[in-house]
Design a binder for this molecule. Structure first.
Ligand code: 5AD
Ligand code: SF4
Length: 479
C-alpha cells in the first residue's frame, strides 16, 4: 500500500464522500448472507471502500456505513434481510439522535431482484446496488450525499472485474491461509426453480491474467489454498493473454504454478459442463483437491426434466463412475431440492435411491421454495409444506448417515491437513483435510499455513480429531 493509500485507509485524507463528526476513519460493517460468492463480494466491497476512508468494524452500532449483502436463492434468505432492515432502521434513528449519520446499503441478489421495491418497503435504505455494480460504490456514496435514494442495478457494459481493488498484504494476512477467488459469474442454464440467471446475469468469465495476478498477491500474503468460485465454474472460458479461451482445467494448471499455492478447489459445477480435461486434471494435477461439489438436485428423470437440468439421472451416475475411475479417492458433495412442483413419492424415492448408489461425503439440501419470476413458481402442482418437511427429514437423515460413515472411515488413516487457525481448546490447532473435513489436533500455532500429516483418531458429526505425525521429507510434503 502506498503512503497515500495508508493515509486514506486511516481516514486522514479529506475530500471523501460522507462526513463524520471527526477525522477518525469512518466505520464500515458488512453482513453477508448466502453463498461463498457473496462472502468474496463482501471482501471486495471492503477493499473498494478502504481507500475512501472506511475501516471495517465488527461492531454494528459504531458503523457509519452498513452494507447488507443479500441472498435471494430461497424465501427465508430474503425475509431475514427485511427483518434485519427493520432493526437497522431503529439503529439509524438512534444514531441520528446522537448526531451521527448512518448510511444503509442493500447489495446482492435481493437488491438486484427487488430493486425499488426495497425503498418502498424500507425507507431507511439509502443505496441499492446490484452484484455487477460494486465497483461503483464510491460514486454511489457520493451521490447519496445529495439524493434520498440511489439505485444501481444495471448490468454495466464494463466488467466489475476490471475495477476490483487489490487488498494490501497486511489485509490478506489477516484473512488467513485459504481464500476464495471469483473466476466466473452468472448462469445461462435457467433451471426452472432458480433466480441466479436473473440476479447474477449471463455467464461471464474473468480473463486468466487478472486471476493469476490476484492469486499471486494472495500467495504473497500467505494464502496456500484457493477456491475458485463461479455459479457455473466449470463452464469457465476466460481469455488468455493471447486472446484464446482457457478451460477451467487450463486455469487450474496455470494457478498450480504460482509459488506457495498448494491446494486448488472449485465450486459450483453443473454436471453438463464436466469435460474430459477437468476429469484429467483430477487425475493428474496433485494441487487439485479430490473433492467435487456437483449438484444433482433430484434423482428422478421427470423432475430433472421439469427442472430443465439438461441431464438425466443416468448421466450423473455415469459421470460419477468416470471421475471415480480417474481419481479413486475423490469425495462427492451435492445439492438437493425436495418438493419441487409435481414431485411424487416415486420421484422422491428415486432421489433417495440415487443417494444410496452414489454415496456422498457431504451435501446441502433444501425444500423447494417458489421464487417470483421463475417458471417453476407458476406451476400448478405445488407440494404441501408438510410433505416437503417430511421428505427433507428423510433425505437429510440418509445424507447425514453417509457423511458420518465417510468421516468414520478416516479413523486410523493419515490425512494431509492445511492448518488454518487456533483450535477450539487451548493448545489445539485446526485445519482442513483434502475432503474439506475440519480437523482438530494438539499443536502449535507456528504450524499455521503448513500442510501437516495427521493420523485421525476419532470422528464427531462435523469434525475429526487427529494426532500430528512427523513431517515427510520436504519434497513429498509439498501438497
Ligand atoms: N428452492 C430451493 N432450493 C433452491 N436452490 C436454488 N433455488 C432454489 C429454490 N427455488 C438450491 C439448489 C442450488 C443451491 C445453491 O440452492 O439446490 O444448487
Ligand atoms: Fe441456478 Fe441452474 Fe444456473 Fe445453478 S445451473 S445457478 S441451479 S440456473
Amino acid at each position: 500500500m502506498s503512503g497515500l493509500d495508508q493515509a486514506r485507509a486511516a481516514g486522514e485524507v479529506s475530500g471523501e464522500p460522507g462526513s463524520g463528526p471527526t477525522k477518525s476513519p469512518r466505520r464500515l460493517f458488512v453482513k453477508s448472507y448466502g453463498c461463498q460468492m457473496n462472502v468474496y463480494d463482501a471482501r471486495k466491497m471492503a477493499d473498494i471502500l478502504a481507500p475512501e476512508g472506511y475501516a471495517e468494524t465488527t461492531v454494528l452500532e459504531e458503523a457509519d456505513l452498513i452494507v447488507l449483502n443479500t441472498c435471494h436463492i430461497r424465501e427465508r434468505a430474503a425475509e431475514k434481510v427485511f427483518s434485519e432492515l427493520g432493526k437497522l432502521r431503529a439503529l439509524k434513528a438512534a444514531r441520528a439522535e446522537a448526531g451521527r449519520e448512518t448510511k444503509i446499503v442493500v447489495a446482492g441478489c435481493v437488491a438486484q431482484a427487488e430493486g425499488e421495491e426495497i425503498f418502498k418497503r424500507q425507507k431507511a435504505v439509502d443505496i441499492i446496488v446490484g452484484p455487477q455494480s460494486y465497483h461503483r460504490l464510491p460514486e454511489l456514496l457520493q451521490r447519496a450525499q445529495t439524493s434520498r435514494a440511489v439505485l444501481d442495478t444495471d448490468f454495466p457494459a464494463e466488467s466489475k472485474f476490471d475495477h476490483l481493488a487489490a487488498p494490501g498484504l497486511t489485509e490478506i494476512r489477516k484473512r488467513g491461509v485459504s481464500a476464495f477467488v471469483t473466476v466466473q459469474e452468472g448462469c445461462d442454464k435457467f433451471c426452472t426453480f432458480c433466480v441466479v440467471p436473473y440476479t447474477r446475469g449471463a455467464e461471464v468469465s474473468r480473463p486468466v491474467e487478472g486471476i493469476v495476478a490476484e492469486v499471486e498477491m494472495l500467495a504473497a500474503g500467505g494464502v496456500r489454498e484457493v477456491s475458485l468460485l463461479g455459479q457455473n465454474v466449470n463452464a469457465y472460458h476466460g481469455e488468455t493473454r493471447e486472446g484464446a479461451p482457457a478451460s477451467l482445467a487450463a486455469l487450474i494448471a496455470r494457478l498450480a504454478e504460482v509459488p506457495g499455492i498448494a491446494r486448488i478447489r472449485y465450486t459450483t459445477s453443473h454436471p453438463g459442463d464436466m469435460d474430459a480435461s477437468l476429469i484429467q486434471a483430477h487425475r493428474d494435477q496433485p494441487a487439485l483437491m479430490p473433492f467435487l461439489h456437483l449438484p444433482v438436485q433430484s434423482g428422478s428423470d421427470q423432475i430433472l426434466a421439469a427442472m430443465n437440468r439438461r441431464h438425466k439421472r443416468s448421466d450423473y451416475i455415469a459421470f460419477v463412475a468416470e471421475i471415480r475411475a480417474a481419481r479413486p479417492d475423490i469425495a462427492l458433495s451435492s445439492d438437493f431440492i425436495v418438493g419441487f412442483p409435481g414431485e411424487t413419492d416415486a420421484d422422491f424415492e428415486a432421489t433417495l435411491d440415487l443417494i444410496e448408489k452414489v454415496e456422498f461425503a457431504n451435501a446441502f439440501s433444501f425444500k423447494y421454495s417458489a421464487r417470483p419470476g421463475t417458471p417453476a413458481a407458476e406451476l400448478q402442482s405445488q407440494i404441501p409444506e408438510a410433505v416437503k418437511s417430511e421428505r427433507l427429514f428423510r433425505l437429510q437423515t440418509l445424507l447425514d448417515q453417509q457423511r458420518r460413515a465417510f468421516n468414520h472411515k478416516m479413523i486410523g488413516h493419515a490425512l494431509d491437513v492445511l492448518i488454518e487457525k487456533p483450535g477450539r481448546h487451548q493448545g489445539q490447532i485446526a485445519g482442513k483435510s483434502p475432503y474439506l473435513q475440519p480437523i482438530q489436533m494438539e499443536g502449535s500455532l507456528d504450524r499455521l499455513g503448513d500442510i501437516v500429516r495427521v493420523e485421525i483418531v476419532s470422528s464427531g458429526s462435523n469434525s475429526l480429531f487427529g494426532r500430528l505425525l512427523p513431517d515427510r521429507p520436504a519434497r513429498e510434503a509439498l501438497r
